[in-house]
Design a protein around this ligand. Structure first.
Ligand code: PHE
Ligand code: FE
Length: 289
């Protein structure tokens, strides 16, 4: 999966507004496109009980995402607004960083207004409506996570005057996209990149290959990530409150500067200060399995 952070600075394509949004035009989706959503939904939701965090499963429920077909944002947003004041807006594809942050800061989640083809069932580069809506939107129905995402957007806008995009992108990657959470004596998934991937939702929790390390803000912001295959490393939060507290109550400006003076941490490295939950074999990444 491709990173959200794009470094594109063009103007919006024809048909999109200055903030890059476009009409969802729900009626224009074909029967085949709705069927693709249903196929993905059935396959994913079968593996989530016991794996996805309770907040995610509640979100699916509260938003009635089990209703067949690509969700119509008129209905979805009525439920999401009532839950947390967030709404989903349609965009043609990836948007510039400042635009992305501005949407989040205003409790709008931009979702790609297209769905993958059957050839792209397991892998596609740009996030489509299945990744964006099934993967991200259930967590936005959780009040704590909803506040985290807004704070992240505000932090992103503030960061534009520092040279901090890479550090902030790593935080997004290791929480919003690939985060794990301690729950009920075990680990669960809350990251959208995992929860929308059939194979990675098993790999992230059950494989011996990746490291699983306790979340540490400064460490995460220095850790490289890979966009071409399963993660070699997952960071585990103790709860959504912990994530919100530590990010909101830390001034990132001095952290950006301190981190910038240090080298990035290679994807699979384990450091002396790490809280190691699982020391991975890295067999998958090394091509042994
Ligand atoms: N506290 C951060 C700052 O000082 C803002 C932020 C909050 C960033 C939450 C990410 C997530 O910039
Ligand atoms: Fe995503």
């Amino acid at each position: 999966m491709e990173s959200q952070f794009t470094h594109v600075h063009e103007s919006p394509p024809p048909g999109a507004a200055p903030d890059w949004t476009c009409p969802q035009d729900w009626d224009a989706f074909t029967a085949d496109e709705h069927a693709m959503w249903d196929r993905l939904f059935v396959r994913q939701s079968a593996m989530l009980p016991g794996r996805a965090s309770e907040a995610f499963l509640r979100g699916i429920d509260v938003l009635r995402l089990e209703k067949p077909g690509i969700p119509d944002y008129r209905d979805l947003n009525a439920r999401l607004m009532a839950a947390t004041g967030w709404r989903v807006v349609a965009v043609p594809g990836l948007v510039p960083d400042a635009t992305f942050f501005d949407h989040l800061a205003n409790r709008r989640f931009p979702a790609g207004n297209f769905i993958r083809t059957p050839q792209q069932l397991d892998y596609l580069q740009e996030p489509d409506v299945f990744h964006d809506v099934f993967g991200h939107v259930p967590m936005l129905a959780d009040p704590v996570f909803a506040d985290y995402m807004q704070a992240y957007g505000e932090g992103g806008l503030r960061s534009l005057k520092f040279d901090a995009l890479k550090q902030l992108a790593r935080l997004y990657w290791y929480t919003v996209e690939f985060g794990l959470i301690r729950e009920g004596g075990g680990l669960r998934i809350y990251g959208a990149g995992i929860v929308s991937s059939y194979a990675e939702s098993v790999f992230a929790l059950e494989s011996d290959s990746p490291n699983r390390i306790g979340f540490d803000l400064a460490r995460v912001m220095r850790t490289d990530y890979r966009i071409d295959d399963f993660q070699q490393n997952y960071f585990v939060i103790d709860g959504l409150d912990q994530l919100l507290d530590v990010t909101v109550n830390t001034d990132f400006a001095p952290l950006y500067a301190a981190n910038a003076a240090l080298p990035p941490i290679p994807v699979a490295d384990i450091l002396p200060g790490d809280e190691v939950i699982t020391r991975g074999t890295q067999d998958y990444a090394l091509g042994k399995v």
